[in-house]
Design a protein. Sequence first.
Length: 311
Amino acid sequence: MDYKIVDSHVHFDVKGYEIVTIKNDYIEKYGEEKYNKIQEMNSYQNKRWRKAWGFPEPLPTLDSAEDTAKLWIEEMEKNNIEKLIFVTGGGNETLSNIVRLYPDKFIGYAHHDPFLKHAPDILEKAIVEQGLKGYKILAPGLHGKLDDEALDPLWQVAEKHRIPILIHFGILGGAGGIAYDHNINPIIMHDVIKAHPDIPFIIPHFGCGQTESLLQLAWVCPNVYVDTSGSNQWVRWMPYNLTVRDLFKKFYETIGPERILFGTDSQWFPRGFVKRYFDDQMRDCVEIGMKEQDIKCIFRDNILRILKLDE
């Protein structure tokens, strides 16, 4: 391979910070005792997942973000990676400081709650002052609906700067997480996406179980992109046979290679960059007969173009 890859979906693990609000929301609704019981009952699922993929037990998060950043640089050198895009990382200010450590290697996204009172101003600051290049939203678990007109000023900031917005839909948090929510399905964004054609909207994990809706949304909205990140283990519990290779083929046929973005959802050590995901996805692309240029678009060029870093 005569080019380096770009991983469009990575999380920078920061000690004491948890972007996923599943725990707090669950405790607020049902109490901490029930939350702990559900997690204990589901612990076997996580163990089985790690065993199936050959993943080690996660190590505790390092106290120093600088030390964690050095580990990521080592992973990049080992795995022929040009850039890592951290979609979360301890809040906007913290991730901004992390990105500044290696500005030619790291890219960061804002990831604050879109329903905060001053969310548009926070996004403006993240882009203009903090150097962040996109915006990440976890849709399930938000207190409001993503098609609420109250969010229009937020979308307008993103459109003014033409930054990508990555929104997680579908099940959140694996076993014991969220499977039902007013924002579970990406189709809720239909009118918003239509109204803001200059915003690239990225839906990760092939829609995470919401495949039919994502395909329909991407078909009618040319500014919708799909990322391939994660184990995509959700394919196992679909009511019909489905593989990641099937997903590649279906999206390739529906929207073409220009709107598919490679990602891993890597986060913790000692696992680091999940090369297993890369190897499996590259094999799938080759075996379904993609052209070499199409593969390069997926694993590098598309996300650089979206971020205006392709020149």
